[in-house]
Write a protein that binds this ligand. Structure first.
Ligand code: ZN
Length: 158
């Protein structure tokens, strides 16, 4: 059943009510009038039922529209998520890695908690840390390079 069939059903019941109402105005027996009133009562209930069905159908159409939008969003997110791979960094940090348009790392907290993709930003050439610009979480991406202040000794100790 759709809205058009509800409209058609309503028009049919309305026409039947008009006919029954016209008959009741004729000079006829009281017993017949009682029966016609009974029919009118049933037709009034049918109209109420049709309106209730219409309201239910409109609510279901709204719900259907919302669910379709949610499904499209979920499919879109699944597509984005499929482009990411979990990656354990050399410094034992766990982040998402994306390969396109170039290799970069993604904040796992934003992916799992907020369904958002934010590339981690390096904090500097020696830090070995990536920071999320959205939630500020930091992840160890590489073992920090040591700045050697002692001169290196070549050869072996004697
Ligand atoms: Zn984040």
């Amino acid at each position: 059943m759709d809205i058009q069939s509800i409209v058609v059903a309503y028009q049919g019941v309305k026409a039947a009510k008009e006919i029954a109402g016209g008959i009741i105005n004729l000079k006829i027996e009281t017993e017949v009038n009682l029966k016609i009133n009974e029919i009118l009562g049933m037709l009034n209930k049918a109209v109420d039922d049709i309106f209730a069905a219409r309201e239910t159908m409109l609510a279901l159409q709204d719900e259907n529209s919302v669910l379709k939008t949610q499904l499209a969003d979920a499919k879109s997110w699944e597509g984005e998520l499929a482009k990411l791979k979990l990656y354990k960094t050399p410094a034992d940090g766990v982040v998402y890695r994306a390969a396109t348009p170039f290799e970069h790392f993604i904040c796992p907290r934003c992916v799992s908690d907020r369904k958002q993709i934010h590339p981690l930003q390096s904090t500097g050439p020696y830090a070995g840390t990536g920071v999320c610009p959205s939630c500020s979480a930091s992840y160890s991406l590489s073992v920090p390079k040591k700045i050697n202040t002692m001169p290196s000794r070549g050869g072996t100790d004697f």
